[in-house]
Every structure is written in C-alpha cells, then in structure tokens.
Design a protein. Structure first.
Length: 131
C-alpha cells in the first residue's frame, strides 16, 4: 500500500495542559482529522453520501514520542498499514515544526453498510485507491 496523505494543523493554545505542552487528548483529535482527510481522499466519504457505506473506528491508540509545544504546527502523514476484507489500519505519523516525530497513532477502521447495519467488504473502487 503506497497511498499517503499529508495534513498540517495549527496548534491551538486551548490544547495545552497544566504543564504547558499539548495534552494527550489533542493527539487523538489530530488523528481524527487526519483519518477523515484520508478516508475522503480514498472516496469513502463520497461513498457514504451516495450509498450509505462508510466506516466505524474499531480501535485507536497513540504512542507519544516527545512533547509538543505551543506555538507551532503539527504535520501528519497518514498511510495504510494493512487492508483486509472488511477492515484497514491507518498509521498517522505526527511531526513537529523541527521535523521530529512527536507521536504515532494507529487506527483500525471497519467498512460498514449503514443500510444493513453490518460490516461489509471493502468496495473494489476503494481498494484500488489504496495502492
């Protein structure tokens, strides 16, 4: 799998914790933004609009590598870790303005048919966009 998306977000002062660095909850928000950017890029958001087939998050986690400080930006590279029949995993590498990795988040998404209320096979057009 070689598709990779990139997004940059401004760190907001409200994301700081008592110790003056970006709170761990903000990293999950960053991953969520990157996740939505990625699924939009592969056509899954459009498929949800037209056929009511989208995704559900089955798992998410984050490894914190170093503190992230305000002011600044966070740059997120998202790529597919694996794709199976009904699920795929994303890896979000989060990088500060110095080019250093500050966190790595991972998501497992299950493709879901909201009409039938059940998981479904990853549609071929989506699989093709992952390459």
């Amino acid at each position: 799998m070689s598709l990779e998306t990139h997004i940059s977000l401004r760190i907001d002062w409200s994301e700081l914790d008592l110790f003056g660095h970006v709170n761990n909850v903000a990293f999950h928000k960053y991953a969520q933004t990157a996740r939505l950017h990625f699924v939009d890029a592969i056509g899954l958001m459009e498929l949800h609009k037209t056929q009511n087939i989208g995704f559900m998050v089955a798992e998410t986690n984050c490894q914190f590598k170093k503190e992230l400080l305000f002011p600044g930006n966070i740059h997120i590279q998202t790529k597919v870790d694996f794709a199976k029949n009904t699920s795929l995993a994303l890896v979000h590498t989060m990088i500060d303005d110095k080019g250093e990795i500050v966190a790595i988040a991972k998501d497992v998404l299950v493709v879901f048919d909201f009409n039938k209320k059940e998981k479904c096979l990853i549609p071929e057009e989506i699989k093709k966009s992952l390459i």
